[in-house]
Ligand binder design. Sequence first.
Ligand code: SF4
Ligand code: MG
Length: 272
Amino acid sequence: MKTPGRILTGKMTELAQSERFSIRSGNLPIWCPGCGYYGIHQGLNDAIQRLRLPHHEVVTVSGIGCAGRYPFFADTYGLHTVHGRSLPVATGVKFGNPKLTVFAVGGDGDGLAIGGGHLPHICRRDVDVSYLLFDNSIYGLTKGQPSPSSPRGFRTKASPAGTTDAPLNATLLALAYGATFVARLFAGDPAGITDALVEGVGHQGFAFFHLLSTCVTFDKEFKTWENLKHAVHPVPDGHDRSDLKKAIAHVLDDDFSTGIIYRKERFPEEED
Ligand code: SF4
Ligand code: MG
């Protein structure tokens, strides 16, 4: 009979031979056990593998925060920049060498607070960058303060009486700013993240990925795994992702649908 140790060793050998982990750097992720970011990490890694992108032609650009650690964990070029500045740096990288595939990554604090002023401009310029916004509605790295996407009444150690500010909806912002590809996905569904990334990387223009995630260490009441598992559901069958007005109306009504919400098809006269 196979012992658990032998089963584990066999599984590890099988995974090593699959080359599925060749995209990983020598640095193992150091997020808290159970953090939603592992699922996003797996989804992105698998997308890079599936797209067969040569690692030296991929650049990951992050800001600051728990999500900002991603570039250390990938066998690609990477830039861990300053707080909130992943999008302008990613824009510069893409303009400097358009052949590169560029991923900007960052959290909700990084992308919606200090960096929130960059999102409209990368949308209106339609820069061919994929932006993964890891949204757990909390500042995890600094030990659990409410973020711009925290709901009203959200209690943390830093807001024991509950927040009073209204939350920002990242998917809605991207649509309103004119992003030409918008997806909302769940950290607990890495395969769904991979599928959407594969399509989004193929999109000629800015691709925005709003990733609903958890902070298991500091959020015990809102975006917990339990709550997210019950709340998240696919966008309805028949959702017309080519219709911006319908996409906006859908997102106004539904905070937890996942899938590709909007994709603007390019017309020949728009090609450069
Ligand atoms: Fe994840 Fe929260 Fe830990 Fe940061 S603090 S690694 S977001 S669980
Ligand atoms: Mg966060």
